[in-house]
Structures are given as structure tokens and as C-alpha cells.
Design a protein around this ligand. Structure first.
Ligand code: ADP
Ligand code: MG
Length: 238
């Protein structure tokens, strides 16, 4: 479902002509199969978010090739990437990234609007989705009127509303209390079992890692297992 071949990434910072190059990812080779839940773990600064942003096309690798759902995405234009995302990817974030001037309903509805789906069908889908994540009664509320757990549910509704085959999540439970965390994790497991949704979850939380089929560890921008084996990738399984 996701394949990274020889991915290197560096950021350039500073003024033009005086740039400093920060190498962040080194020779990343990895695959995520359809229906897998993969956890990516590693210290802060090890490159986890950068790796996920490469999978979502928000940044382009300095070198190497990425395939998502069979498509070589490294060569897509920005416009093609936008359509590709709508068709294939859902996102979950630690900071829920809701739009404060829009109600819960309107936030969850956004992907449907972007896809050009008609009003009647949007209404039905959004209410079903809000129902499913347990915040239907707050449809007309603004994010500022909702608790953190409720905001995350709205955010999850938005990320799942187009039924994406792949969900990329950067510390999705990072600002949730343990009840809300358990509920989100069990929702992820159900989606994975019922629909075969593939998940890539960045986390430093053991409870999150415990629902993963497989854990990939990053250290200083390298896959730790690649370190141990001198470059030949051996997945840790459990
Ligand atoms: P993690 O998610 O594991 O904490 P990140 O992928 O966010 O790690 O960051 C890895 C390294 O890349 C860090 O040293 C960070 O400072 C650097 N970095 C991340 N994004 C940028 C950016 N846009 N510009 C410059 N450096 C960045
Ligand atoms: Mg991060």
C-alpha cells in the first residue's frame, strides 16, 4: 500500500546563498501492506513526522521513490496530489486542526464539499459519521464550544468521511485522556478489521503501539532495524 525506496530527505534553512542543509532521513526503505496497522516510534526529532509528511505529499523527498496504492507519487503535481489525497488518504493529528469558524458539521463535511458531493447526500453522510463517532448532538457547535475529546471525534469524522483506504496519523491520541484514547484505538481496530483500512500511526505511547501489527523504529533518521543489520531491512514483528 505504501512503499518507500531509498528515501533521503534534507531541509535547507537560512537565507538564500547562506543555506544550511539539515539531513533528516537517510536511505529509508520500507513497505506497509494493505490492511496493516504499523506504528512508527522513535525519539522526538528522529524524523517520524517528516516520514509521514512524505507519505502524504506535503513535502517531497530530496531523493528516492515513494509509491502509494500502486501510484508513483513522487512525480505528481500539487493538483494531482490534492486529488490523490481525497481518493486515498485520511489524516489524524494531535492538534485536531479543526477550522474554528466552522461548526462540527461543517468541519466534518469539508472533504465531501471538496469532492463535489451534493447537499442532500452530504447531510446524510455527515450526520451518519458524527453519529458513529458519538458527537451527532454537537453538530451545530463550534470547536471552541467542545471539549478536547469531542473535537478529536469531529476531526476523526472528517478524516474518515470519504472512507479512505489509508489513514496516516501523527500522534493521534497525544492530547486525549485515557478514556478517549481507548475509544479512538478501538475505533481504529474496528475500521481495520471491518474495512481493511491501512493505518500508519506515529506514537510514543505504548498503548497505541500495542494495537499495531508491526512497529518501525526511527533513530536519527534511519530505520533502527536497518542499523542493526547493516542496511538489510528486517522488520520487527510481534
Ligand atoms: P519527529 O516527528 O520524530 O519528532 P521531525 O520529523 O518533526 O521529527 O523532525 C526531524 C528533524 O527535522 C528535526 O531535527 C527537525 O528540527 C527537522 N525539521 C523538521 N521539519 C523541518 C523544516 N520544515 N525545516 C527544517 N527542519 C525541519
Ligand atoms: Mg513529530
Amino acid at each position: 500500500m505504501i512503499e518507500m525506496n531509498r528515501i533521503n530527505h534534507q531541509f535547507a534553512i537560512g537565507k538564500k546563498g547562506k543555506e544550511r542543509v539539515i539531513p533528516v532521513l537517510h536511505d529509508i526503505d520500507m513497505q506497509v501492506k494493505q490492511g496493516e496497522i504499523v506504528a512508527i516510534v522513535g525519539r522526538s526529532g528522529s524524523g517520524k513526522s517528516t516520514l509521514l509528511n512524505l507519505m502524504s505529499g506535503y513535502i517531497r523527498p530530496t531523493s528516492g521513490e515513494i509509491r502509494v496504492a500502486g501510484q508513483a507519487v513522487t512525480s505528481l503535481s500539487e493538483g494531482e496530489w490534492a486529488n490523490f489525497r481525497l481518493a486515498h488518504l485520511g489524516f489524524m493529528f494531535q492538534s485536531f486542526q479543526l477550522i474554528p469558524s466552522m461548526t462540527a458539521f461543517e468541519n466534518a463535511e469539508l472533504p465531501l464539499v471538496l469532492k463535489g458531493i451534493g447537499l442532500a447526500q452530504r447531510k446524510k453522510k455527515v450526520m451518519e459519521m458524527l453519529e458513529q463517532v458519538g458527537v451527532a448532538e454537537y453538530a451545530g457547535h463550534y470547536p471552541g464550544e467542545l471539549s478536547g475529546g469531542q473535537q478529536q471525534r469531529v476531526s476523526v469524522a472528517r478524516s474518515l468521511i470519504l472512507n479512505p483506504p489509508i489513514v496516516l496519523a501523527d500522534e493521534p491520541t497525544g492530547s486525549l485522556d485515557s478514556d478517549n484514547e481507548s475509544q479512538l484505538l478501538s475505533m481504529i481496530q474496528h475500521l481495520n478489521q471491518d474495512r481493511g483500512t491501512t493505518f500508519v500511526l506515529i506514537t510514543h505511547d505504548e498503548q497505541v503501539a500495542s494495537i499495531a501489527h508491526r512497529t518501525i523504529t526511527l533513530k536519527d533518521g534511519r530505520l533502527l532495524n536497518a542499523y542493526a543489520t547493516g542496511g538489510t531491512l528486517v522488520y520487527e514483528t510481534h
